[in-house]
Design a binder for this molecule. Structure first.
Ligand code: PLP
Length: 441
């Protein structure tokens, strides 16, 4: 079989042997600091003894019992906890094993909601440019990530895309102050031109992750699009797979905006990478017609609500709550972001440092004034990340945020309990890697 290089440009992948707190260790003993140890997954670090003990206890009792025959203490307690952490705004949770499945479930629940109300024309989704929602065909259909879609074009759902909400890359002739209103008007026009009777849902990432390099929408945006959706009886689906579960300094990212979506997907930080776990949260308003007409959500999988995965999620969320880690992410995050901005200000090629909490994006540009990107062929973000990796820092490189192909960003997303010293080490090594990539040294 033809051997493909890793997507991160690392020729020979090191063999992982163990983790401890914010560090990972390979077979040669080399140590890597988890600056974003995967795409913003590890919120309580690695090999946390309390999480491992909770998983082991569950495995010793029973690893898994089929969700549609049994409930479990782990599942019930996690459900109660997540609903509470979300401020009591949601009524139901459907568990899955990945972010893509959580988004896919969100889409299906939106369709089922309208089917239950007899509105079978409401089938259409609207999503945004420069967004990523996952690899299953439905989730990929609502994603605008050219490279990841290319091989599947022709088989994807027919989705309508509206502009990205990116204050750093404004639409022509639109000021930053007018952006939220401009984008809400665009969404309104799109729904009207498709016919509100045909539109099921608008799907968006409150803070764009991999497709944009951490792009929080402008203030007022979420409220404005929420109002547009309500006006047309279109459901609002927030994809918080990457930005949610505390990563951005509030448990729900949209808490910051004072908006409750109709349906929300979460994943990465839910069980912090210990066992795959994702979830789709549904408000009572959306769930009620489904329960009345169909009884249950038609989107379960064999491993829905896997018992040991729920035990892992419960242990992770218990630590996050007990140790006030979301508060830490919010308060330390703004200082951390400022420190990164200051440390990188000497590079003309660092165009923007942005984000919220421990979810920080760095955009590299050829020219700070024009904000023109480097050529895609140069693969600058991957070069920086490969150099950082060689120096023992993991960060997450992304490309294509400008036009689907060109654009270089790096995501920094450390564990919520990374120490101040570890955060400093991230900044130093990141600056060194950027320096090396730009100078070609
Ligand atoms: C916002 C968002 N949604 C969905 C997904 C898909 O999640 P998964 O890779 O777990 O299927 C991702 C993955 O990066 C994501 O960032």
């Amino acid at each position: 079989m033809k051997k493909r290089p890793s997507g991160f440009g690392i020729k020979e992948l090191p063999r992982i042997v163990r983790g401890e707190g914010s560090y990972l260790f390979d077979a040669s003993g080399k140590r890597y600091l988890d600056g974003s140890g995967g795409p913003a997954v590890f919120c309580v670090g690695h090999a946390h003894p309390e999480v491992n003990a909770a998983i082991t206890r569950q495995l010793d009792a029973i690893a898994y019992a089929y969700r549609y025959l049994f409930t479990s203490s782990a599942l019930d307690s996690l459900t109660e906890m997540v609903l509470r952490l979300c401020g009591g705004h949601f009524e139901d949770i459907v568990y899955t094993g990945s972010g893509s499945e959580a988004v896919e479930s969100a889409m299906k629940i939106a369709l089922q909601h309208f089917a239950a109300r007899g509105l079978m024309h409401k089938r259409r989704f609207i999503a945004r440019r420069r967004s990523w929602h996952g690899n299953t065909l439905g989730a990929l259909s609502i994603s605008d990530f050219a490279q990841r879609r290319r091989a599947f074009e022709g088989s994807l759902l027919d989705v309508t895309f509206v502009s990205a909400a990116n204050p750093y890359r404004l639409p022509d002739g639109v000021s930053g102050d007018a952006l939220a209103e401009h984008l809400a008007a665009e969404l309104d026009r799109s729904i009207i031109s498709l016919g509100p009777q045909n539109v099921a849902a608008f799907v968006f990432e409150p803070i764009v992750g991999a497709a944009g390099g951490v792009v929080p929408a402008p203030e007022g945006y979420a409220q404005a699009i929420h109002a547009v959706c309500r006006k047309h009886d279109v459901l609002l689906i927030a994809d918080e797979v990457m930005c949610g579960s505390g990563r951005s300094g509030t448990w729900r990212a949209l808490e910051h905006d004072g908006v409750v979506p109709d349906i929300m997907s979460i994943a990465k930080g839910l069980a912090g990478g210990y066992i795959p776990l994702a979830a789709t949260l549904v408000t009572a308003r959306v769930a009620a017609p489904i329960h009345d007409e169909h009884g249950a959500f038609m989107t379960g999988h064999t491993f829905t609500g896997h018992t040991a995965a729920c035990a892992a999620g419960l242990a992770v969320q218990h630590i996050v709550e007990r140790d006030h880690l979301v508060d830490r992410v919010r308060t330390v995050g703004s200082v951390f972001q400022r420190t990164i901005r200051d440390a990188l200000s000497r590079f003309d090629e660092v165009g923007d440092v942005r984000g919220r909490g421990f979810f920080i994006g760095i955009e590299l540009v050829r020219d700070r004034q024009t904000r023109l990107p480097f050529s895609a062929e140069r693969a600058l973000s991957f070069d920086v990340a490969a150099r950082a990796f060689a120096d023992g820092l993991i960060c997450y490189p992304c490309s294509g945020n400008v036009d689907g192909t060109a654009g270089d960003t790096l995501i920094i997303a450390p564990p919520y309990n990374a120490s101040d010293g570890e955060l400093e080490e991230i900044v130093t090594k990141l600056a060194g890697a950027i320096d090396g990539a730009l100078s070609g040294g």
